[in-house]
Design a protein around this ligand. Structure first.
Ligand SMILES: CC(C)(COP(=O)(O)OP(=O)(O)OC[C@H]1O[C@@H](n2cnc3c(N)ncnc32)[C@H](O)[C@@H]1OP(=O)(O)O)[C@@H](O)C(=O)NCCC(=O)NCCS
Length: 255
């Protein structure tokens, strides 16, 4: 049986060698540029792989001064998936935002993304967030940090997404433009909870996943448009031991 090992690191423990390996994983497994990507510049050639160097990984996902974490999973000693996260405070609550999540093609659909997210959980987290075009990433986040994708609290996202994201130390989260009927009742595009990130990654794989997920679940986040991604924000589901704390936090958030 294959040996899976999960490891978690604070930003300061992440070496250049680890990032070089993460960069290879990303370049080979994240995705390809979509047909409209050329407007971003010559680096985004439609059909070519989306790439990130180790320096960009550090700059974008482990910026100086921010409370970031990195988790990875190896299978029989080989890197099979990883995730970056960043924590910041919003109204005295700890936000933990998943800023990147990639699993190697050969190891997908066997729970590694969910396992990585599980490693990132901390007892003091109050809110989790993720921007992703891939429904599987949203499914994994909903399950690990909440209940299930069909039980996502859209009202919570509508109320807090903008304020939570605006204070993020991660540039693409801070700059993402919310869109969809959750934020603009006049939006008739079919989007419900999306962001316009101008990230024109090819949507063929996420769209296949979406069609498949919709056969099983009442998908709450709406349609996926080019250059857009889904946004999901979840309130922490606390275990009974801290029920009173959970109740008081929920009350203070709903004010
Ligand atoms: C998104 C990604 C990380 C998921 O990794 P994974 O290890 O296959 O995910 P898991 O096996 O933990 O599955 C998570 C959930 O998604 C579902 N799922 C996974 N792949 C799916 C697919 N292709 N279609 C439909 N559902 C899928 C799983 O069934 C699971 O749901 P469940 O818990 O209800 O059973 C992986 O597909 C990937 O690396 N994609 C490219 C990068 C990307 O888009 N990252 C997104 C965030 S930046």
């Amino acid at each position: 049986m294959a040996k899976q090992v999960y490891e978690k690191f604070d930003a300061g423990q992440v070496t250049d060698d680890m990032l070089a390996e993460a960069s290879l994983l990303f370049n080979d497994n994240y995705g390809i540029w979509g047909k409209d990507a050329a407007i971003l510049g010559p680096f985004a050639k439609p059909g070519s792989r989306v790439r990130l160097s180790k320096d960009r990984l550090r700059g974008q996902y482990l910026p100086d001064g921010a409370a970031c974490s990195y988790v990875r999973v190896t299978v029989d000693g080989h890197l099979a998936g990883n995730a970056f996260a960043c924590r910041w405070l919003f109204n005295g609550k700890t936000v933990c935002w998943i800023t990147q999540l990639v699993v190697k093609y050969d190891f997908r659909e066997r729970g590694l993304a969910s396992g990585l997210l599980n490693q990132l959980r901390e007892d003091d987290d109050d809110i989790y967030g993720l921007i992703s075009s891939h429904p599987a990433a949203c499914m994994a986040a909903a399950k690990v940090f909440g209940n299930s994708i069909n039980l996502v609290n859209l009202d919570f996202i509508r109320k807090y997404a903008e304020a939570v994201m605006k204070v993020s130390p991660i540039r693409y989260v801070k700059d993402a433009k919310l869109c969809g009927s959750l934020f603009d009742p006049g939006d008739t595009s079919g989007r419900i909870s999306s962001v316009d990130t101008n990230f024109f990654v090819d949507h063929a794989e996420p769209m296949d996943a979406l069609a498949w997920v919709r056969q099983e679940f009442d998908w709450p986040l709406g349609e996926l448009l080019e250059g857009n991604e889904f946004v999901i924000i979840l309130e922490v589901r606390r275990r009974s031991r801290s029920r009173s704390r959970s109740a008081s936090r929920a009350l203070s958030l709903s004010k």
